[in-house]
Design a protein around this ligand. Structure first.
Ligand SMILES: Cc1ncc(COP(=O)(O)O)c(C=O)c1O
Length: 346
């Protein structure tokens, strides 16, 4: 099924003339006096508006990720981008999104905020996608299918052939959320952007880059999708401090690689240690920076950890996650402490 992006866009968004900032209108030339944006002329370090197009940061990401700058959209965390993508394609009260529980919760929240129904196709036991059901259900006014791979909270990546089928046959925009991809050995779906115009890939600086408080999310997409998202975003969605801090972090590729390697080592070690414990029923394989772990009684274990100053995420109310806690990989010291506390449970 070929996908025409223009037809999937909301009509009002497709036609919209974006707000033009003072700095957008200014085209080149040397300027010493800025009297165009009603800024305060006195220097505070912060008196000028930040670059609304985030050109330096996009350029840096483009170099690292080997992709064109024009295929990058930046948001105030990927959460902002999820919200923007929904508002770009889904008419309130009319269009639907599709998700595969158990998965990340913000797709549903963002859709419901925009009054879009959320259709759900549960993962199959073994945590893989129910492709045929997804493609069938996608014919019900579904504009966007969110696929989270590696999936939060299960930790696994999905079979590429399944995702490919959905890209080809659903007729919808397919957003692949790769927030945890840096912890996986698999290749990013952004390599397939030229093949699939309906593909949007999300990544973030919040996880492997260790920059969660700075709020920088990244979308890789076709140029038209990037253009439309840029048209509807708030002009200064990334503040100057965030842009600067992100640029600096992205210079530290060596530290990044070292830390990711350490977290992956710890993930493997922690998994094997947890598996030895009688209170642990199952530790699911993970390609993220967390482990989904099934206990005989998750709530009791959660409370026991909390009583000892350790907080984890209780996912036991989620489908297929009965009695499961999601445990982020900490530093070696933190992981040892976690194991000690679990060991002391009587
Ligand atoms: C799958 C997934 N996507 C996106 C996010 C949010 O990322 P950001 O910090 O970039 O908004 C999270 C955060 O936990 C996540 O688990």
């Amino acid at each position: 099924m070929s996908v025409d992006i223009e037809k999937l866009l909301r009509e009002n968004i497709r036609r919209m003339v974006p707000y033009s900032t003072a700095r957008d209108e200014f085209k080149g030339g040397k300027v010493d006096v800025f009297l165009d944006a009603n800024e305060n002329p006195y220097h505070t370090g912060f008196n000028r508006y930040p670059d609304p197009r985030q050109q330096k940061l996009k350029q840096k990401i483009a170099e690292i990720k080997a992709i064109k700058s024009s295929q990058i959209f930046l948001g105030n965390g990927s959460d902002e981008i999820i919200d923007l993508i929904i508002r770009t394609f889904c008419n309130p009260g009319r269009d639907n999104i599709l998700i595969h529980p158990p998965t990340y919760g913000m797709y549903q929240v963002a859709a419901e905020t925009n009054n879009n129904a959320v259709l759900k196709v549960h993962l199959k036991p073994g945590f893989q996608l129910d492709v045929d059901e997804i493609i069938t259900l996608a014919q019900n006014h579904v504009k966007i299918i969110f696929i989270c791979s590696p999936n939060n909270p299960t930790g696994n990546v999905f079979n590429p052939q399944d995702i490919e089928k959905i890209l080809i046959r659903s007729g919808a925009i397919v957003v692949i959320d790769e927030a945890y991809m840096d912890f996986s050995d698999k290749t990013s779906w952004k390599e397939k952007l030229a093949e699939y115009p309906n593909l949007i890939v999300l990544q973030t600086l919040s996880k492997a880059w260790g920059m969660a408080s700075v709020r920088v999310g990244i979308a890789f997409a076709g140029e038209r999708v990037v253009q439309v998202l840029s048209n509807i975003k708030l002009p200064y969605n990334l503040n100057a401090l965030s842009q600067e801090a992100a640029l600096k972090a992205l210079d530290g590729l060596e530290v990044f690689n070292r830390r990711v390697a350490e977290i992956k080592n710890q993930r493997q070690w922690l998994r094997s240690e947890l598996e030895k414990m009688p209170v642990v029923q199952m530790v699911f394989p993970s390609e993220g920076n967390f482990l989904l772990c099934r206990f005989s009684n998750a709530l009791e274990m959660y409370n026991h950890l909390l009583a000892n100053g350790i907080i984890v995420r209780d996912r036991s109310s989620h489908v297929l996650c009965e009695n499961c806690l999601r445990i982020s990989i900490g530093t070696p010291d933190e992981n040892r402490l976690l194991l000690n506390v679990l060991q002391n449970y009587t």
